[in-house]
Design a protein. Structure first.
Length: 150
């Protein structure tokens, strides 16, 4: 028996497609996306071209899903939760982080560089007491990522 757990991100500003494309660029893989119109919503409605089902799947094992919450549109509300380091602790109002663990610092560094584009770095990528490389950032879409070397 096996189980697969996939992070499913919900976007409130119609950013699911842009986020999926960004993550495919950062991690590789293929984007699959369907809009509300694809599932029968009249195309003239405001949410019709937003994503009702989207995912990125890479051959290396990266997988994330994304969805545009209908009837919403304030990116500020989605990004109001913050994450920061203070006195050696991580302080956050976010309900979750997305964790990516790579087999080497070289591999992790590539993911870090691509995710860091337009991001706020919470903890720079560097060696830590438990890993050859650890870092944390909040990307341009308001998602906080924790990256480390296994």
């Amino acid at each position: 028996m096996s189980i697969t757990v996939t992070t499913h991100l919900n976007f409130r500003a119609g950013e699911a497609r842009a986020a999926l494309d960004f993550y495919a660029g950062a991690f590789g893989g293929e984007v699959t996306a369907a809009t509300y119109a694809d599932f029968g919503m009249p195309p003239e409605l405001p949410d019709a071209q937003r994503i009702v089902f989207g995912q990125v799947v890479s051959p290396e094992g990266f997988r994330v899903m994304a969805y545009d919450v209908p009837g919403t549109g304030d990116p500020g509300a989605a990004r109001s939760a913050s994450t920061r380091r203070e006195n050696g602790m991580t302080i956050t109002h976010q309900p979750f982080f997305v964790s990516v663990r790579a087999g080497s610092l070289n591999e992790l560094g590539g993911y870090w560089e691509r995710l860091a584009e337009g991001a706020t770095v919470v903890e720079p990528l560097a060696a830590s007491a438990w890993s050859a490389g650890f870092g944390m950032l909040t990307d341009r879409f308001g998602v906080t990522w924790v990256l480390d070397v296994a």
